[in-house]
Design a protein around this ligand. Structure first.
Ligand code: NAP
Length: 280
């Protein structure tokens, strides 16, 4: 029996939860001929490093930091990846690179019964994750405002999406302006609050949250971030980003295998892994 290999490339990549999540799914579906592993490839040898999985017959790979943008030169980015400006999943059988982050986020919002169409949504951040979020949200019919520490980066994001996908409708604001704008959903796409800086929040202390707002925090280490705690303390609802991780992975899983993955199990494995890590 030949092993069907898939994996993730990044640098560093040892912390990635994707191998645990995908291998648990393979085991649950009795797909013992499939295996997912992590490959560390330094940025300066990305082109050469990509030969490794290709020559060893890998079916596909996930791509994580810092390669998501650089890899676009070596694969054929599909429409979504071109619009977002980053590839996080490659199918070596076609050499097509796609981006599953936007759909992972939108699918997780829907799984949590969060309304998107016609809603005002505030995106905090303007990096790669924010680009995927804004793309997904605009496509799903939301009105989007972006607040970022470096305003010029947010301006660039809006201009890029307009040029690459003819997507209009995102406005760049300050946090003060956004608080007056009155949104129903806030999505944290910054790395603020990420372990070990768990006391930090991208929301200014004391600034009120709009009534009935939901905060979705892409940060999932810790499971309950300072931003999520602030929002709940003000009567809002908070959702952590682990579901997005599971759902973006699930899209890649189905692309490579043609099999529907057990998303609930993948999510549970991620939760258990992080809980165990916290006990160490
Ligand atoms: P990135 O491209 O490096 O962007 C980082 C963003 O965070 C930028 O907007 C940056 O603002 C902002 N930021 C960083 N430190 C800040 C600070 N001290 N104060 C204010 N803003 C700050 O990273 P990314 O790839 O977009 O990822 C962002 C986060 O999303 C990471 O924590 C990542 O783990 C998470 N993520 C989660 C999922 C998931 O599946 N849940 C998927 C993708 C990403 P400037 O532009 O001003 O530097």
């Amino acid at each position: 029996m030949t092993t069907k290999r898939v994996g993730v490339i990044g640098f560093p990549v040892e912390h990635s939860l994707s191998p645990i999540m995908h291998n648990a799914a393979f085991a649950a579906l009795n797909m013992s001929d499939w295996h997912y592993d992590a490959m560390s490839i330094p940025p300066d040898i990305l082109r050469l490093g990509l030969r490794e999985p290709k020559n060893h017959g890998y079916i596909g790979i996930n791509v994580t930091v810092p390669h998501k943008e650089a890899i676009m030169e070596y694969v054929q980015p599909d429409e979504k990846a071109r619009a977002i400006g980053a590839v996080n999943t490659v199918d070596f059988r076609t050499n097509i690179g796609t981006n599953t982050d936007a759909d992972g986020l939108i699918n997780d919002l829907r799984a949590n019964q969060v309304r998107i169409r016609g809603q005002r949504v505030l995106v905090l951040g303007a990096g790669g994750a924010a680009r995927a979020a804004v793309y997904g949200l605009l496509r799903a019919g939301a009105d989007v405002a972006i607040v970022n520490r470096t305003k010029s980066r947010a301006d660039k994001l809006v201009a890029q999406l307009r040029a690459s996908a003819r997507l209009d409708g995102a406005a760049v604001m300050t946090l003060d302006q956004a608080a007056d704008w009155g949104m129903s959903l806030i999505i944290n796409c910054t790395s603020v609050g990420l372990h070990p800086h768990i006391e930090q929040s991208p929301w200014i202390h004391g600034l009120p949250f709009p009534e009935g707002v939901t905060v979705y925090d892409m940060v999932y280490r810790p499971a309950n971030t300072a931003l999520m705690q602030q929002c709940v303390a003000h009567g809002g609802r908070a959702i952590g980003g682990l579901g997005m991780l599971a759902r973006q992975g699930a899209i890649a899983f189905e692309l490579w295998t043609g099999v529907q993955p057990p998303i609930d199990l993948m999510l549970r494995v991620l939760q258990e892994t992080l809980e165990t890590a916290n006990e160490d």
